[in-house]
Design a protein around this ligand. Structure first.
Ligand code: GDP
Length: 363
């Protein structure tokens, strides 16, 4: 899963990104981890995996990870190619979701590219650039479908749908807010539109603003924008996150208590992204490795097995499943087995969040 961090210059993107990379997942565990300075991997916090590792004391504990990409340089005019604009837009296209960082702090030492803090205007600038890029894509799609329609009438609907979307975008609206049925939405999803991607608005406040969110008018603006679009909003203090990311374990816990929050903004951001994308985790366990794996909700057992290795998917016989909560209640895997809570599931089984699975397969 890949999340792109976007926003105007000087809103706190790099500060947030640095916090992410500081807290980063150990890259040695991830052979695909690139050395690209704009890409950071971070472990998905999961207390279930922590508990399993405590019980099994495995050689290796491997959390699920998500990838963040710092997409700097998006400015007014990007869709017209200003400031390397098109390159950045292409980078956004490759992500699964967008974290849109909005400046919600005043600081005369940090120049605001548009003069002063104004979340609504800032969000509009970025969103307009994305809409313009989408308009170009949609125009091309309409042209292509119209050509195809000459040979095959079934493309008529596609022409109609994308023309309606074009009007919607033309009015300055996001593809996300375009009203249509599920089938049409699936068709739109084939077009790789930027404003169709799920978004989390990260309202970057200063420390003072973070502790008094109800009175923070900047944050309230961002919340209203998100609500109107049906998007997520997350208050965060990037500067604080940078400090938190340097701490671990008890030290981190103490610091969080001191500032009066339960979990770090980064952890909230990761969990929020997971939910936004409809992702869940299943777990594998043993003396050699305890590991969390990311899948989409609704994934069946063989395809979940395929995440581990394509051979396991191919030779899938059955999945031996214990729900993590059952295991926890019984105290151990063996106790859960004795109570008959280990289930043998077949090819049609839809894997659930927190399933502890052992796959049986033919080699
Ligand atoms: P980017 O251009 O969006 O990547 O912005 P940066 O992360 O580089 O931040 C620009 C400047 O704003 C830096 O000097 C940061 O230290 C500062 N900054 C980031 N977050 C905050 C904040 O919450 N409060 C204040 N006062 N400054 C911040």
């Amino acid at each position: 899963m890949k999340l792109g961090i976007v926003g105007l210059p000087n809103v706190g993107k790099s500060t947030l990104f640095n916090a992410i990379t500081n807290a980063g997942a150990e890259s040695a565990n991830y052979p695909f981890c690139t050395i690209d300075p704009n890409v950071g991997m971070v472990a998905v916090p999961d207390e279930r995996l922590d508990k399993l590792a405590e019980m099994y004391q495995p050689d290796k504990k491997t959390p699920a990870v998500i990838e963040f990409v710092d997409i700097a340089g998006l400015v007014k005019g990007a869709s017209r190619g200003e400031g390397l604009g098109n390159k950045f837009l292409a980078n956004i296209r490759e992500t699964d979701a967008i974290i849109h960082v909005v400046r919600c702090f005043d600081d005369e030492n940090v120049i605001h590219v548009e003069g002063a803090t104004d979340p609504r205007r800032d969000v509009d600038i970025i969103n307009m650039e994305l809409v313009m890029a989408d308009l170009e894509m949609v125009q091309r799609r309409v042209d292509k479908a119209a050509k195809a329609m000459k040979g095959d009438k079934k493309f008529a609907h596609e022409v109609e749908l994308f023309t309606a979307l074009q009007k919607h975008l033309d009015g300055g609206s996001l593809a996300r807010t375009f009203q249509c049925g599920d089938d049409d939405r699936a068709l739109l999803a084939t077009s790789d539109l930027l404003t169709l991607k799920p978004v989390i608005y990260a309202a970057n406040t200063d420390e003072e603003g973070f502790t008094h969110l109800e009175e923070n008018s900047y944050y309230q603006q961002v919340r209203e924008i998100a609500q109107a679009e049906g998007a997520q909003v997350l208050p965060i203090c990037a500067k604080l996150e940078q400090d938190i990311a340097e701490l671990e374990g008890e030290e981190k816990q103490l610091f969080l208590e001191e500032i009066g929050v339960e979990e770090s903004g980064l952890d909230r951001l990761i969990k929020c992204s997971y939910a936004l994308l409809g992702l869940i985790s299943f777990l594998t366990y043993g003396k050699d490795e305890c590991r969390a794996w990311t899948i989409r909700k609704g994934t069946k057992a063989p395809q979940a097995a395929g995440k581990i290795h394509s051979d396991i998917e191919r030779g899938f016989i059955r999945a031996e499943v214990i729900a993590y909560t059952d295991m926890l209640q019984c105290g151990s895997v063996n106790a859960a087995k004795e109570k008959g809570l280990l289930r043998s599931e077949g090819k049609e089984y839809v894997v659930q969040d927190g399933d502890m699975i052992y796959f049986r397969f033919n080699v």
